[in-house]
Design a protein around this ligand. Structure first.
Ligand code: C2E
Ligand code: CA
Ligand code: CA
Length: 693
């Protein structure tokens, strides 16, 4: 047998190539694992080529390191075949480790196939020597080499599979694994070589075919290293890019989240906006239907917010809204939804055991908003009007629930603000009607739709007409004659009452002047003032101007304010009434007996008359208690030197009783209904005066 020898440098070189190829293999497996679609296929193909080429060139360099005393050469066809086998097993191996799972049976089958592939590549490479006579293989060593190939393949597949997803210290682990794998491949090769025996006298059939082995060695090593290096560099670059892409992707996801947040939340208070609220309502409806529970929708509007905004500016207004939002937030449960619909409107969605529980929560809301706010050192006061709609019952979907809670809120506002109100079916219609009415009322003045009627006042004892009370009506183009009770409260709420009141005063004074000029110089005219009008800063000036405009003496005008209005802010009332009284205008306290007068203040009020509320008059005959009240009022008036007027006189009995008690004047349907100016003068001229039953 020939004794072969090894070129140590080339052997080391083969080891280096094997380790590098193994490292590339592990790296590629990781790459393919994280790539998707066509990119994964490219990585598989490129990676397999690099690895296959690597293992094959390790084998080939190993062969070149080996020399026999006879010249050696390599058959090009068989050498190419061995390269092909190397690449093919690498493709298979890579494909295998990139599967979702790698059960033991698949791993064993894979190891067997790949081991056979690697061995096949090696022995095909050996066959490329075309030795004659043929190489004799020692069976034990041959078997051992194949076993090493299978074992090494199994190890390699398993390690590659485990390392395919980036783990901590992946690089170090990969390098260690590559050393083991490279060692195993080299071990297989040299075991295979040890198994090979070349009988003396055998010749290499491929020798002298023209391929110089030293030159070949250099080329193969360079090409292989280059291919593996390119594969690794590409892999690293790709990894970097992937990392950058993932950073980009995560910042994009973050931006998306931010956008979604902005689209669903109110910018100022960071509370959910209408969009999110409607979604939450929908969910609440689902849950409540499924679990047979109930929840309340509370529509809340701030009273007096506009005033704050006007007085302190939008900046303070905004800060106040934020404070309000925060105060609501901390006073409700975590699972409740608090949303802002814009402006000073907030909505609370909260689960309740039964509808009545909503009242407790609503009154708490009202209470916490009532407390003073401090914004930039500025103490501010607002209050809340809350409308409650309960599911199930007050609506079938989120829109209806919201609309109904809104309608209820409107009623809370009109019933004096700073309170809450449950929804009732009648409200919806009313709100629509009120909205339309308000729209029309704005035009009523310009279109000259308001008119005045005059109800006569009589001297109780003599039955003489002493004057008239002007009562406004609205001649609506579609609704016909609208009574003041239907639109005065609306005009009050919206401030329109100021303009309407000025018109009434003007028209009543003009009429009075006409009647004076017609000879009824002893008549006086009573005009009603509502709370807003009375509190309006321009009132005294308007009265003065109006009187002057018509050349009417102040003494011919009586202003009627209700007892409730007069007693609301006593000091302010005293100041205003003082000025009017100073001008000579007479003051009448209307609806007397319905409010709470303090006698002490009543004494100080510069009023001229008390008007007993018609509620007492109505019950006079049947209710002795009312009779007692009326006589007490009359007595009080006499002590305070006030004239007493009884209104709402509808029967003879009432008229007689009131006259007997000592009322100065009487007013009522029995004696004269409110009527037009023409009707009034006609009736006054009639032979029996205005005493029509
Ligand atoms: P008020 O000041 O108490 O006016 C008296 C109301 O009682 C009038 O109703 C009148 O028609 C009604 N009345 C008079 N005699 C009788 C009677 O014998 N029996 C009954 N049942 N009612 C009688 P009207 O005209 O509907 O006015 C209602 C309220 O509207 C007034 O109550 C007053 O507070 C307000 N109002 C009317 N006109 C004006 C106005 O020009 N300005 C302001 N601010 N309020 C007005
Ligand atoms: Ca009145
Ligand atoms: Ca009255």
């Amino acid at each position: 047998m020939y004794v072969g020898s090894y070129n140590v440098a080339l052997v080391l070189c083969s080891l280096a190539v094997a380790v590098l190829a193994a490292y590339a293999a592990l790296d590629m497996a990781g790459r393919i694992g994280s790539a998707r679609g066509p990119a994964a296929r490219w990585w598989l193909a490129g990676g397999a080529c690099a690895i296959g080429l690597g293992i094959w060139s390790m084998h080939f360099v190993g062969m070149l390191a080996f020399s026999l005393p006879i010249p050696l050469g390599y058959d090009v066809g068989l050498t190419s075949l061995s390269l092909f086998i190397g690449v093919a097993s690498a493709v298979f191996a890579l494909w295998l480790v990139c599967q979702e799972r790698l059960p033991w049976r698949r791993l064993s089958a894979g190891a067997l196939l790949m081991g056979v592939g690697v061995a096949g590549m090696h022995y095909t490479g050996m066959a490329a020597l075309r030795m004659a006579p043929g190489i004799q293989y020692q069976p034990a060593l041959f078997a051992l080499s194949v076993l090493i190939a299978i074992g090494a393949s199994g190890c390699a597949l398993w390690i590659a599979f485990k390392l395919r997803h980036a783990v901590r210290h992946a690089r170090t682990l990969r390098a260690a694994a590559a050393l083991v794998m490279g060692g195993a491949i080299v071990g297989m090769h040299y075991t295979g070589m040890a198994a090979a025996q070349f009988p003396l006298g055998s010749v290499c059939g491929a020798a002298g075919s023209g391929v110089d082995s030293n030159w070949l060695a250099i080329v193969i090593i360079i090409v292989t290293l280059a291919v593996i290096a390119i594969a690794l560099v590409t892999s690293v670059l790709d990894l970097r890019m992937e990392a950058r892409t993932s950073v980009l992707a995560s910042s994009l996801a973050h931006a998306n989240q931010e956008l979604a947040y902005l689209a669903l939340h109110d910018n100022l208070t960071k509370l959910p906006n209408r969009l999110l609220l409607e979604d939450r309502l929908q969910q609440a409806i689902h849950t409540s239907t499924r679990e047979r529970t109930c929840f309340a929708v509370m529509f809340m509007d701030l009273d007096g917010f506009k005033a704050v905004n006007d007085a302190y500016g939008h900046h303070i207004g905004d800060r106040l809204l934020m404070e309000v939002a925060a105060r609501i937030r901390v006073n409700v449960r975590g699972q409740d939804t608090v949303a802002r619909l814009g402006g000073d409107e907030f909505v609370l969605v909260t689960q309740v055991e039964e509808p009545a529980d909503a009242a407790t929560i609503a009154s708490k809301l009202v209470r916490i908003i009532e407390d003073e706010f401090e914004v930039e050192g500025q103490p501010l006061h607002v209050s809340a009007s809350v409308g409650i709609a309960v599911y199930p019952g007050n609506g079938t979907d989120q829109h209806e629930l919201l609309a109904n809670a809104d309608a209820a809120m409107y009623f809370a506002k009109s019933s004096g603000r700073n309170t809450y109100c449950y929804f009732e079916a009648s409200m919806n219609q009313d709100v629509q009607g009120q909205v339309e009415l308000l729209r029309d009322l704005r035009h009523a003045l310009i279109r000259d739709e308001l008119i005045l009627e005059y109800q006569p006042k009589f001297h109780a004892a003599s039955g003489e007409v002493v004057g008239a009370e002007a009562l406004v009506r609205w001649n609506h183009p579609r609704r016909g004659m609208v009574q003041p009770a239907a639109f005065i409260p609306l005009a009050e709420k919206t401030g329109l009452i100021i303009q309407i009141g000025e018109w009434v005063l003007d028209e009543a004074c003009r009429q009075m002047k006409c009647w004076h000029e017609a000879g009824h110089t002893d008549w006086s005219m009573a005009v009603n003032l509502s709370l807003q009008q009375f509190n309006h800063a321009g009132l005294v000036q308007v009265v003065r101007n109006t009187l002057a405009r018509h050349g009417l003496q102040a003494g011919s005008l009586t202003l009627e304010i209700t007892e409730t209005t007069a007693m609301r802010d006593v000091e302010a009332t005293l100041a205003t009434l003082g000025q009017l009284h100073g001008m000579g205008v007479k003051i009448s306290i209307d609806d007397f007996g319905t409010g709470y007068s303090s006698l002490m203040y009543l004494k100080r009020l510069p009023a001229t008359e008390l008007k007993i509320d018609r509620g007492f008059v109505r019950e006079l005959e049947r209710d002795s208690e009312d009779a007692a009240i009326v006589s007490a009022i009359v007595a009080l008036g006499q002590t305070l030197n006030l004239r007493i007027v009884a209104e709402g006189v509808e029967t003879r009995e009432q008229q007689e009783f009131l006259t007997r008690l000592g009322c100065d004047s009487l007013q009522g349907f029995l004696l004269g209904r409110p009527m037009s100016a023409e009707g009034f003068i006609e009736a006054a001229m009639a032979p029996r005066g205005l005493r029509v039953a």
